[in-house]
Design a protein around this ligand. Structure first.
Ligand SMILES: Nc1ncnc2c1ncn2[C@@H]1O[C@H](COP(=O)(O)OP(=O)(O)OP(=O)(O)O)[C@@H](O)[C@H]1O
Length: 608
């Protein structure tokens, strides 16, 4: 979930190793850091972050085992090999986004696959409910590799050969599919992901070598949970003597899976459908190149699982497509090869989709407000007049805070961007648009305040109000030399204008700041810089710190390094290093040139 690099058209990639900073950034998704046992003995899967809220966020990333110094994955269990090879070959032959044929234009392969599927359906008709076959027939999926598996007669299968799956406690229908597909045992990544995702309701981040079965590592938990839920509802309905349909929350999107390419979306859809045979869970692909009518038809079927590419998904979501915007029942969100998505330039669309997710929206506003409160308390400790402004405040309290801030010469207003919207306060010298870090471990990302405040021991009574706490701490620490130093630093920070040249648009965009806001911010900073230069006005020290009210999961996917920097020492150091490097290169060049000249001269003089 981390590497960023040039767009690659094959599955084989050379991802950068996740460093500690990147891993800790994953915590910004509000995941706790417990690790599953299942992965411990497995050199192949890696996990980070789990929590037990209902539903799940899953990210499966492809890694190159040799990059991590890991042994290569042993062969996928018998029965899966052939298919695996076919799948991989198919992927390599194609060229990512551009090469994937339009679904309708996918021609013979799809037709053939459909034909064969129909044949198969005839054979197994008795075993299925009538609506299933309709569902599975409906979507044209790239199923060139499915025939072999679906042609296997169920009665040929000896259940006992599949005992390695038993401990995963899967739904009988899933076990049936597994036997039909002849997957003798779960792959390591599946063994590690399935218990956490299917039974413990935890969020999962997985990384494994190509062809290691990642699709089902997230697919099986989703199907298992949907089937479990359905059974639970049915049981409850039966107990109450009601008809199932009234209870089961059918018809809403339950799982959204995003992949970087159309081809992969079709392939993932296909894998999930193979696994979902015999259940009435619907899986559809939504990808670019698909006709609008087809898309509408597929979504009208109100599938529980949608697999799509960010571009087309966002196009539909932003256009208000009902099935894709009614997200209240969404429980699973999967980023398959999230890093590649960013490589492919889908960052903005992906960010927009993520901003719409119910699990992101709920948690984040609360988080931001808590962080702002925390920040403002810290400022109070530092003897700075600070007022908070956030959406949950009562109108009266809000007006009071704004009034006080307006009336002060050196105050700071700490606001969420929602609450700060439309504020027009004359005399504000500096606006800092700031993404509050969510993880206490993420040292690299911590603000100046938090980094420094960490060293202050906060002994407060939990029952105290925010003001009382601040007062107590202020009194207690008033004489602390460290606090004095912090105060001085803060003062000097406030007295310096922002340096517009230090803004990085890439970072700001990554932090979810709109281009318009970004432009305003830069303009404002320029203007303030000019004002500052003209008037030499060091008295005006008002500042607004705005916390973004949007979650930053994608920031976790990007390698860090592009940041707004106010660290002039660091910048000077970088400049010095660069100057040294240039000087060294120049000297090397001159030396080489001299050598050549001498050599020439020597040869001219007879080579002695
Ligand atoms: N437990 C299993 N046993 C045998 N074969 C399996 C098993 N799980 C998945 N497979 C098969 O292995 C092949 C590769 O699986 P999958 O595409 O999920 O791998 P992947 O890790 O996503 O690889 P890639 O990175 O290339 O996409 C598929 O054909 C799939 O049907």
């Amino acid at each position: 979930m981390s590497s960023v690099g040039p767009k690659k058209k094959q599955r084989q990639r050379n991802p950068s190793k996740p460093d500690a900073g990147q891993l800790s950034r994953l915590d910004s998704l509000r995941w706790t850091s417990s690790l599953p046992d299942a992965g411990d003995d497995d050199p192949f899967s890696s996990f980070a972050g789990l929590n037990d809220f209902e539903g799940g966020v899953l990210s499966l990333e492809e890694i190159d085992a040799s990059e991590y110094g890991l042994e290569l994955l042993e062969e996928i269990p018998k029965g899966g090999n052939k298919q695996k090879k076919q799948t991989k070959r198919k992927r390599e032959e194609s060229n990512g986004d551009d090469v994937v044929e339009e679904e309708d234009a996918d021609g013979e392969a799809v037709k053939e696959a459909k034909k064969s599927k129909k044949k198969k359906k005839k054979k197994t008709k008795k075993a299925k409910k009538p609506e299933e076959s309709k569902d599975n027939e409906e979507e044209p999926v790239n199923v060139a590799n499915t025939n072999e598996k679906t042609d296997v007669e169920e009665d040929e299968v000896d259940d006992s050969e599949y005992h390695a799956w038993y401990e995963l406690r899967l739904h009988p229908l899933l076990m049936k599919s597994i036997c039909r597909l002849k997957f003798k045992e779960p792959t390591p990544i599946q063994k590690a992901c399935i218990p956490a995702g299917a039974h413990q309701g935890k969020d999962v981040i997985g990384a494994a070598e190509t062809g290691s079965g990642k699709t089902l590592a997230f697919g099986i938990p989703i199907l298992q949970r949907l089937l479990d839920e359905r059974e639970k509802f049915e049981r409850q309905a039966a107990e109450r003597g009601e008809a199932d349909e009234k209870i089961v929350s059918k018809g809403f999107l339950r799982a959204l899976i995003i992949t970087p390419t159309r081809e992969l979306a079709l392939q993932v859809t296909d894998h999930l459908k193979q696994m979902a045979v015999g259940t009435d869970v619907k899986v559809v692909p939504i990808v670019g190149g698909m006709s609008t009518e087809k898309q509408e038809r597929l979504l009208k079927g109100r599938p529980e699982i949608v697999v799509g590419t960010p571009g087309r998904l966002w196009e539909l979501m932003s256009g208000g497509e009902i099935h894709l915007v009614e997200l209240h029942s969404l429980s699973f969100f999967v980023l398959d090869e999230a890093d590649r998505m960013i490589d492919n330039g889908h960052f903005q669309e992906l960010q927009s989709i993520i901003d719409m997710l119910p699990m992101v929206r709920e948690g984040h506003a609360e988080d931001t407000e808590n962080s702002l409160r925390h920040l403002s308390s810290l400022m109070k400790i530092l003897n700075v007049n600070a007022w908070t402004l956030h959406a949950q405040m009562q109108q009266r309290a809000r007006l009071k805070a704004i009034d006080r801030f307006r009336g002060s010469d050196h105050g700071i207003l700490v606001a969420t961007d929602v609450a700060a919207r439309g504020l027009d306060i004359p005399g504000v010298r500096t606006v800092v648009h700031y993404q509050l870090p969510h993880s206490a471990e993420d040292k690299a990302d911590q603000s100046w305040f938090q980094r420094n405040a960490e060293s202050i021991e906060l002994m407060v009574d939990e029952n105290d109000s925010e003001d009382e706490r601040a007062n107590k701490i202020r009194k207690k620490k008033a004489s602390s030399a460290q606090l004095k130093k912090l105060h001085q630093e803060l003062n000097s920070l406030l007295s310096r204008p922002l340096q517009p040249k230090t803004f990085s648009s890439r970072y700001l965009a990554g932090a979810g700041i709109s281009p318009l806001l970004q432009q305003q911010f830069e303009e404002l900073a320029k203007q303030k810089l000019a004002d500052f230069g003209n008037r030499g006005d060091t008295n005006k020290r008002k500042m607004v710190v705005i916390g973004q009210d949007c979650v930053e999961p994608l920031q976790a996917l990007r390698s860090s390094g592009q940041e707004i920097s106010m660290d002039t020492k660091g910048a000077a150091e970088k400049r010095r290093n660069l100057d040294n490097l240039r000087r060294k290169r120049k000297e090397d060049k001159r030396r080489l040139h001299d050598q050549k000249r001498k050599e020439k001269k020597r040869l001219k003089n007879g080579g002695d």
